[in-house]
Design a protein around this ligand. Sequence first.
Ligand code: 8YV
Length: 321
Amino acid sequence: MSQTKPRVLAARRFPPNVEARLTRDYDATLNPTDEIYSADALAAAAEGHDALLVASSEKLTEEALQRLPDSVRIVATFSVGYEHIDVEAAKRRGITVTNTPDVLNDATADITMLCLLGAARRAHEGETLIRNDAWEGWYTTMLLGVHVTGKRLGILGMGRIGRAVARRARGFDMEIHYYNRSRLSADLEQGATYHEKPEDLLRVSQFLSINAPSTPETRKFLNAERIALLPDGAVVVNTARGDIVDDEALIQALKSGKLAAAGLDVFDGEPNLNPGYRSLENTFLMPHLGSATHETRDAMGFCCLDNFDAHFSGKPCPTAL
Ligand code: 8YV
C-alpha cells in the first residue's frame, strides 16, 4: 500500500471490529449517526474519497453512480445481495464493485430454519400467549402446527445459501427438492431432486424456501397463480428478498387457509412492510436478521476490507462482481 492511506467513506455504521480495522488501515470517514445518505448527500460526502463502503440501504443506480466523484474507484457492499447497485453501470464508469458471498451462508441458513420452524410450529402465537399472560393451561389440541419431519422442502435458488439450508433440513429428515437456473452436480445436489421448471417445484413443495437473488426475473415470482400450485396447507419461507413475493397474494393465501403459515425475514419495501402481515396469526416475522450474528457481521466487514486491501495493492479483488 502507498504511504498515504486511501480515503474510504463508510456510508453506514459498521460493527466495532470492522470500524477498528477500517480506521487502522485507511483514512476513513465514518457515519457515527448511521443516518442514511440521500443520493445527493452520498455524492457530496464521497468527495475526496477513493472507496465507498456501503450496505443495501445505499441505492447506487446508474444516476447515483454518475454523480460520484471520479476519485471513487471501488465500492464494497456489506451484503451478498447487490440488487441495489447497477453493477454494469459501475463497470462502465471504471468502478469495481464487491459483495460478501459465502461468509453469511450459515447464519442465513440458520435463520431460514428458524423461520421454517417458527412458522410451522406457531412460535409467534405460543410466545404471545406467554408474554400476554394468557396461557391458561395445556390441552391436547393446543396450538397444533404443521409437522416438519419427513416433509418435502422445495428450495427456490440452490446457490450457496440454498445448499446450506438443504444441509440443515436433511437433519430434520426433510426431502429436498430444488429449482435453480442450472442443475447442480451430483456432488452439490446431495440427492436433492431437481425440477426443470419452478412451477414443478411448487407443485411438490409442502414447505417452500426462497433463497434466490432479487433480479428482474424473480421479482414478484410468488404471485397468486403460483401460490395456487403449492399443496394446500403449505408453509412459505422467505429469507432472500421481499420483492420476490407478491405480498397481497401471499397475505390472501394465508387468510384463506390455502397456506398454513409463512416465515419471513425479508419484506418488499422494508422496513415499511405490508401491514397485512402484522395482523395475521399464522406469520412468523423477523426484521431482516439473516446475517445478524457477531461473527457473520464481522466476517462481512472483513470481506469488504479484504477487497479494499487487494484493490489498493494492485491485486485482484477476491469477491469482485
Ligand atoms: C444484510 C443481506 O444484512 O447480505 C445480504 O444480502 O440481505 C443481509 O445479510 C443486508 O443486506 C445489509 O446490507
